[in-house]
Design a protein around this ligand. Structure first.
Ligand code: NAD
Length: 346
């Protein structure tokens, strides 16, 4: 499956490169010719807030913004940051519901925790779905299960809307820097091309993964590997420290040796090894424990559905489940696996 996915992905990239030679028609939908006046963003959490900021900065001269989050603190912060600039006065509006976002914006990004939140925002009372039409381009960047992503796309396509799944990798640092990788599932190359100028304001690598839902396949596989490698890195760092090794020195050696991985090099779970890591900040911000537990659950469920063996994935899921269910860990970054191992698993 992965081999055929990679083959399709590389064919598609060739197609994308050819297409890029033609100019992108700014904010005008190629298919309808209608002008985008407002861009909507739903879900301004750890990832959504910096993503919306980059999108806003990239398009503020061309379009107004409408935002929505059930947590009013996040929308007030965004409003405070952007509407107080005299050049941007009244450029941002806070919606009362996702429906209002769809009524006012024709380009919409959603960045929500899990499948049930996506279902509520799209299909619930006062959801986006009530006002969607052929004039809309909707990009869901949340990490959710493949079947929900295909269900959303199918329903939106039936209304004539353009819909892609575009989950991301790169963490909150990548969201702030605008260097995220977007893994895009889209039934048509045309919808992918329409979405690209918006995604490029928030990310560096925009990868076409195949039909709707395939963005989620890539993301779920990536995060299973990440979840496993974070535990492996945590075990390794914990063992080395207990054997008397300086953690910075150990991390430096790992990172120039064959044990190197993203968790050891970019996001080391041992506090003090990196200046700006979640671990050094007391495991605050970053990628929450319940979200990693959710992603491992998505991977294990997909493995059951496809009769695939994922032994390490299933073991990692159990550990993240335990940490996410513990009140001292549930609000911490997933790299607190190191803290858990060093404090609880003696
Ligand atoms: P988060 O919990 O920080 O933010 C989610 C936001 O959605 C919150 O502001 C919340 O109030 C809002 N929300 C929840 N339900 C809502 C509803 N019904 N209507 C409107 N808003 C609602 O999560 P996050 O870390 O920003 O992650 C978002 C998604 O991105 C998740 O699917 C996650 O798996 C994925 N992701 C996260 C990271 C990371 O490092 N944090 C990295 C890659 C992917």
């Amino acid at each position: 499956m992965i081999a055929s996915f990679l083959a399709r992905s590389s064919q598609s990239k060739t197609r994308v490169a050819t297409k890029l030679a033609s100019p992108i028609t700014g904010l005008r939908f190629k298919s309808t010719g209608s002008k985008v006046k407002r861009i909507g963003f739903v879900g301004l959490g750890n990832m959504g807030l910096p993503m919306a900021t980059n999108l806003f900065n990239g398009f503020k001269d061309k379009a107004d913004f409408i935002i929505y989050d059930i947590n009013q603190k996040t929308t007030s912060n965004f409003l405070k940051d952007h509407n107080t600039d005299p050049n941007n006065k009244d450029k941002v509006k806070v919606a009362k519901s996702p429906l209002e976002v769809a009524q006012e914006a024709t380009v919409i990004v959603t960045m929500l925790p899990a499948s049930q939140h996506v279902e509520g925002v799209y299909f619930g009372k006062d959801g986006l779905f009530g006002a969607l039409s052929e004039n809309h381009l909707v990009m869901d960047a949340s990490t959710i299960d493949q079947s929900m992503a295909t269900r959303v796309a199918k329903a939106l396509h039936e209304k004539g809307a353009k819909a892609i799944d575009a989950p991301v990798s790169g963490g909150t640092g990548g969201a702030q820097a605008g260097t995220l990788t977007f893994m895009v599932g889209s039934n048509t190359n045309a919808d992918f091309e329409l979405a690209k100028p918006y995604l490029e304001k928030m990310g560096k690598n925009i990868v076409y993964c195949g039909t709707n839902g395939n963005g989620q396949v890539a993301k779920i596989c990536n995060n299973m590997l990440l979840g496993i490698s974070m535990i492996a890195t945590s075990e390794t760092m914990n063992l080395g420290v207990r054997m008397g090794m300086d953690p910075k020195l150990l991390a430096g050696i790992l990172n120039t040796s064959s044990g190197r991985c993203w968790s050891s090099e970019v996001y080391n779970p041992c506090p003090g090894v990196q200046e700006n890591s979640a671990a050094t900040r007391g495991y605050t911000g970053g990628f929450g424990m319940p979200l990693m537990a959710k992603d491992l659950r998505l991977a294990v469920n997909a493995a059951v559905d496809t009769k695939t063996t994922v032994m390490l994935g299933a073991m990692a899921q159990q550990l993240y489940n335990q940490m996410a269910a513990n009140k001292d860990y549930e609000n911490l970054d997933f790299s607190a696996a190191y803290k858990w191992l060093s404090e609880n698993a003696k």
